[in-house]
Design a protein around this ligand. Structure first.
Ligand code: NAD
Ligand code: TDX
Length: 332
């Protein structure tokens, strides 16, 4: 089995590479990644070159994509511009990578008849009211809010059309918010941990009542593998682990776990168009494919994540200053 993992040098993609490296020891893995600001070769360290190859190319380049995927058995597509705040500042790279990049991959897997799994987000469904008794299901209508989520929604639609019109052998997954080691310091949880490590205060957008449905990145990886191997072609699976928490609770827990006063954070300007709540109903995945999350204790998972950032300053430090300069420009 030879598998191409796009975006395999990013946060979730590299976790998936490590996961299949140990879970499927006879698989060859090719990582196709442009190494943007979000990609890091170090995320793949410790893996045997005989089994894992890194191809540094852009998924919008049709020749490079064709050459890389042509003899693969499957492509798992993680590569994306992934941060909402960046998409509100400069939307174009999101349109380019998320839509044109996905189109380019779809054309290549169509030509060579290769199994495709598309990794997407729950944000394509828009947001829920805090008191809505329903969660997102695969039947929830698409209603994205930001340039990021709308380009991910567009990429999902391309995959659906390529399945129906051209018979491409694809599945889609829409996952909730991931946390864990190796997440870029622009994202909520690592930003707060590293602000505290740099003796500054965490920064909560608006009132902090917005709810995210947290899942450990390794549970996302195990779900993607289950869908790749057992999922039904043409189907969409939602991935989540019943981890709803509001942002204020999360900031307070981070402060507490780091031995600080849990009220010691700042409220900063809210994100424009800020989605209120995401919540996933993953019953299709659990019932049909028998998948279950393993990291169900959020406090424990968060503590391990904090310890990882404490021990890996050399990994996050080079990204930190530039990230905070971007936030200063956005007033957040
Ligand atoms: P990330 O930003 O950490 O990593 C993205 C990776 O893609 C990087 O290695 C980057 O170099 C690469 N990349 C970007 N543009 C590229 C291009 N044009 N060509 C080739 N490579 C390119 O992202 P992440 O948080 O690991 O997210 C991975 C996927 O999972 C994305 O598709 C995202 O939409 C989806 N997702 C993320 C979350 C989350 O909480 N982070 C939740 C649900 C779904
Ligand atoms: O400093 C901050 N303060 C703050 O209150 C930051 C960076 C964020 N927030 C809030 C905004 C969100 O309500 O925290 C929440 C989480 O923010 P992000 O980490 O930026 O994630 P989100 O916008 O929810 O999107 C994430 O989950 C879905 C990923 O970045 C996406 O790639 C994924 O699709």
């Amino acid at each position: 089995m030879k598998i191409v993992v796009t975006g395999g040098a990013g946060f979730i993609g590299s976790n998936f590479v490590h996961y299949i490296y140990s879970e499927r020891p006879d698989w060859q893995i090719v990582v196709l990644d442009a190494l943007t600001y979000a990609g890091n070769k170090e995320n793949l360290s410790g893996l045997d070159d005989n089994r894992v190859q890194l191809v540094v190319e852009n998924i919008c380049n049709p020749e490079a994509v064709d050459e890389t995927v042509k003899d693969a058995d499957a492509v798992v597509h993680f590569a994306a511009e992934s941060h909402n705040d960046n998409s509100l500042h400069t939307p174009w790279p999101f349109v380019e990578t998320n839509i044109i990049g996905t189109y380019t991959l779809l054309e290549a897997v169509r030509k060579h008849n290769i199994r495709f799994h598309h990794v997407s987000t729950d944000e394509v469904y828009g947001d829920l009211e805090l008191d809505d008794p329903h969660k997102f299901t695969p039947e929830t209508p698409y209603n994205p809010s930001s340039p990021y989520s709308s380009t991910k929604a567009g990429s999902d639609m391309l995959v659906r059309a390529w399945v129906r019109s051209f018979g491409v052998q694809a599945t889609i997954s829409n996952c909730s918010n991931n946390y864990g080691p190796y997440q870029h310091v622009e994202k909520f949880i690592p930003r707060q941990i590293t602000e505290i490590l740099e003796d500054r205060k965490p920064k909560l957008y608006g009132t902090g009542e917005n709810v995210r449905d947290w899942i450990h990145t390794e549970d996302h990886s195990s779900a993607v593998l289950a869908i790749l191997e057992k999922g039904k072609i043409g189907e969409t699976y939602l991935i989540g682990a019943n981890g709803e928490k509001n942002n204020k609770e999360v900031v307070e827990l981070i402060l507490e776990l780091m031995g600080k006063n849990s009220a010691d954070y700042d409220h900063v300007n809210d994100r424009p168009g800020h989605d209120m709540r995401y919540a996933i109903d993953a019953s299709k995945l659990t019932k049909e494919l028998g998948w279950q999350p393993v990291f169900t204790d959020f406090s424990k998972g968060l503590e391990n994540t904090i310890n990882w950032y404490k021990q890996n300053e050399s990994w996050w430090k080079p990204q930190k200053q530039e990230t905070e300069e971007k936030y200063k420009e956005l007033g957040r």
